[in-house]
Design a protein around this ligand. Structure first.
Ligand code: PMP
Length: 285
């Protein structure tokens, strides 16, 4: 099926969509993005993603070409037109096309905005949630502003490839002996009845799913500690899991070949996944 996509104010078939070779997203990775999940044809936590998008743009002094209301309408229209029941909406804004120069172009250059959908049937009922994921550890060699959701994703891609080569599903990145996050997700461990995840800073992306899951965990009277943890601590934990908009809550059962807890998905991760999906669906739009 040819998808309908959105480029700079217009809906068109994906085969007709183009962006300039001078686009700064292409030349400098000078762009930001968001991924919003769709379940039952509805958007999960659209507001959270819109707020983080604005923050990423502000941090990079990039113009926002679209109002929040219009952005929601574009999301909904693409979900409708492409008949997405379960899947994702990808949004990217770059600083636009200008003659190549390290300095940002002037105000006359308009940002580029692109949105497209990805159908992912079975997203909510992923078998991986029952099986659990295997992760390897790699050094975190990304830049220092990981709080900004930029499109410079080459190091995370390299991490995924290293994981694949090792027969694992993903990589957890480690800096100064402490886990920062997964290549495209936030990382957690459970010890006793306490959930531990790294505190917010410029070292990690401020996950929208992370914020929601921690809120739900606290509402369910679970203990949450926001602090850095080591790889050894993770390997000795009772449970481990990740969160992201596209995986929700996903158990991690092996780290660098070593089983976490019993080596099977844990009850805390399973419970949080259920609560997250239930609660997010209630406010989905
Ligand atoms: N960390 C990184 C590095 C990510 O790429 C992502 C997903 N884009 C996340 C965490 C999770 O963020 P969210 O819950 O907003 O998807």
């Amino acid at each position: 099926m040819t998808r309908t996509v959105y480029v700079n104010g217009e809906y068109m078939p994906e085969t007709e969509a183009t962006v300039s070779i001078f686009d700064r997203g292409f030349l400098f990775a000078d762009g930001v993005y968001e991924v919003t999940s769709v379940i039952g044809g509805k958007l999960l936590d659209f507001d959270g993603h819109a707020v983080r998008l604005q923050r990423s743009l502000d941090e990079l002094e990039m113009k926002n070409p679209i109002s929040k209301e219009d952005l929601l309408e574009v999301h909904r229209e693409l979900v409708r037109t492409n008949e997405i029941e379960e899947g994702l909406v990808y949004l990217q804004i770059t600083r636009g096309a200008a003659d190549r120069d390290f300095a940002y172009p002037g105000d006359d250059v308009e940002p580029t905005i692109v949105l497209f959908t990805q159908a992912k049937p079975g997203l909510a009922n992923s078998p991986k949630a029952k099986e659990g994921m295997k992760v390897i550890s790699i050094e975190d060699q990304r830049w220092g502003r990981r709080d900004i959701k930029t499109v410079q994703l080459l190091y995370p891609s390299m991490g995924k490839m290293a994981a694949k080569a090792a027969g694992a599903d993903d990589a957890w990145m480690v800096e100064d002996g402490h886990v920062t996050e997964g290549t495209s997700n936030n990382a957690y461990i459970v010890k006793g009845n306490t959930i531990v995840t790294r505190q917010l800073s410029n070292d990690i992306l401020h996950g929208i799913t992370r914020a929601a899951v921690l809120r739900f965990a606290k509402e369910a009277q679970m203990n949450v500690e926001e602090r850095a943890f080591t790889l050894q601590e993770a390997q000795a934990a009772d449970e481990a899991f990740i969160t992201s908009a596209s995986t929700f809550v996903m158990p991690v059962v092996e780290i660098d070949g070593q089983a976490v807890g019993t080596g099977a998905p844990g009850s805390v991760a399973a419970r949080l996944r259920e609560i997250y999906l239930d609660e997010s669906l209630k406010t989905a739009i």
